[in-house]
Design a binder for this molecule. Structure first.
Ligand SMILES: NC(=O)c1ccc[n+]([C@@H]2O[C@H](COP(=O)([O-])OP(=O)(O)OC[C@H]3O[C@@H](n4cnc5c(N)ncnc54)[C@H](OP(=O)(O)O)[C@@H]3O)[C@@H](O)[C@H]2O)c1
Length: 291
């Protein structure tokens, strides 16, 4: 069941209620998001703790590992508790060097949806994001054919809701002219605010914005303003960064990743940190000044 006691409360993805505080499973795989984790039992414990804390939004992909994080989620939590929703993504595959080559032709997308169903042990995927661009970010590319394939899979009953990831505002608009989406998952955090206008536009339409790398991803957020606010509030920079995202807009859902139960608990507690108007004003300078 969605826990209203988690910071930020809940949000509705189509007809699915999820906690705004979710969990991103990508970094549970081995180094470079390839292979199994060094501490398999620890990874399973993180996933079970997430569910025990009442988190009902897990973010994953069959490309993580590949298959590793989906299989960990299945082992830790299947049969899934009522109300737990797993969001996955398709559109990139993995090569032997750990790269993320695009795989957005109809056959690859169908195969990826089936791979996610099988590895997660599901008959229907709650939300599937079409992941565009590449590891450097979004790229201009048409989305109609790839998104149309996912719409077909949705009509066939294999996917409940659709979303986009690593997408430009133009690609979001193009996809939405074809079929409704419930979320956009892009790189966004205190220091990377290129999507500010998109966050607000989606909020006005009731579409979720799900920042990936909310804590900076593979390079932790570093900013003197963030450090100053954290020190003043006797909190960690991670707590401040997550609390800021929850305050930034009601349609923002958090999917911070961690391989540590202690960090997960700390992040949940920290995201509820109260931020004053002057804290928010100071944090607003991070993205602008890069300080
Ligand atoms: N759509 C896309 O293209 C895309 C791309 C990237 C990611 N994603 C999704 O976004 C999710 C979030 O991204 P992410 O996990 O890469 O980055 P992130 O959430 O910004 O940061 C995760 C990193 O922060 C560390 N961390 C977390 N809590 C901490 C704490 N309290 N104290 C110290 N360190 C802490 C983790 O290390 P520890 O393990 O040591 O805690 C991990 O190295 C992913 O899991 C994935 O589901 C999507």
């Amino acid at each position: 069941m969605a826990s209203p006691s988690l910071p930020g409360g809940t949000w509705t993805l189509g007809d699915l209620t999820v906690t705004r505080f979710g969990y991103g499973a990508m970094q549970l795989a081995g180094p470079g998001v390839m292979g199994p984790p060094a501490d398999r039992d620890g990874a399973l414990a993180v996933l079970r703790t997430a569910a025990d804390l009442g988190i009902t939004h897990l973010d994953t992909s069959a490309a993580y590992g590949p298959r590793v994080t989906n299989e960990l989620i299945r082992e830790a939590l299947h049969p899934y508790p009522d109300g737990l929703h797993v969001v996955t993504k398709v559109g990139a595959t993995r090569d032997e060097r750990g790269g993320w080559p695009p795989a957005r032709d109809p056959r690859s997308l169908r195969s990826a949806v089936h791979d996610n169903l099988e590895t997660l042990g599901l008959d229907v995927l709650d939300v599937v994001n079409l992941r565009l661009g590449d590891a450097t970010g979004p790229r201009p590319e048409p989305v109609a054919e790839a998104f149309g394939t996912l719409v077909d899979l949705q009509r066939e009953g294999l996917v409940r809701h659709l979303g986009l990831s690593n997408a430009t505002p133009e690609q979001v608009a193009e996809a939405r002219s074809i079929a409704p989406i419930v979320c956009v998952q892009n790189l966004y955090n205190l220091a990377h605010r290129h999507d500010d206008a998109l966050v607000d536009a989606l909020a006005a339409d009731g579409v979720a914005y799900v920042p990936f790398f909310p804590l900076g991803g593979f390079s932790p957020l570093q900013s003197s303003a963030l450090e100053a606010v954290a020190t003043r509030l006797e909190a960690t920079p991670m707590s401040v960064a997550l609390a800021w995202l929850l305050r930034r807009s009601p349609n923002i859902l958090l999917i911070p990743g961690t391989s540590s139960v202690a960090h997960l608990r700390g992040n949940v507690a920290g995201a509820g940190l109260p931020l004053s108007a002057s804290d928010l004003a100071e944090l607003d300078t991070v993205g602008i000044m890069g300080t």
